[in-house]
Design a protein around this ligand. Sequence first.
Ligand code: SF4
Length: 160
Amino acid sequence: MEEKLSWATFIFDSLGNEMKNDPTISRLLNDYREKIRETWRTMKEYGVVEECTRCALQDGGSCCGQGIENKFDVVTLLVNLLLGVNLPRKPWDPTGCWFLGPRGCLLEARHVICVNFICKRLYASVSGKGIMEVQKAMQAETDTAFVLEEYLKGWLIRHE
Ligand code: SF4
């Protein structure tokens, strides 16, 4: 993880401003921010956030286990830096995911497996319409992340 973080930080320090000034990257980042906001809004509206909080605080549950951070690649970490996230240099909870903080995930741009995961407890407690709306918002978020990351990869190759 340290190596991926160093690479993401190095690219961001060297090219971050140039990236943010690229009109396509800027538009895709804004679009992605909007989609992330919409996922959280929908999860709040249909009681997902409330149920996850209850599970974590009352029942000691957590979906954010150690090792999930290894699924992240440098580009997703770079996207977080472009979105203004301070990436932690070490995990807050040594038994949990590197990016888990005292109040939940510290990232804006989460991995697709973090975004899309709906556990049995949620299926049981959230209405069918709620699950459908949340899945729609999650899909829009991960589709937008894919387009942004693919564009960034091409951009980086052109600026090697
Ligand atoms: S949601 Fe955040 S803290 Fe949880 S596993 Fe994913 S990256 Fe880690």
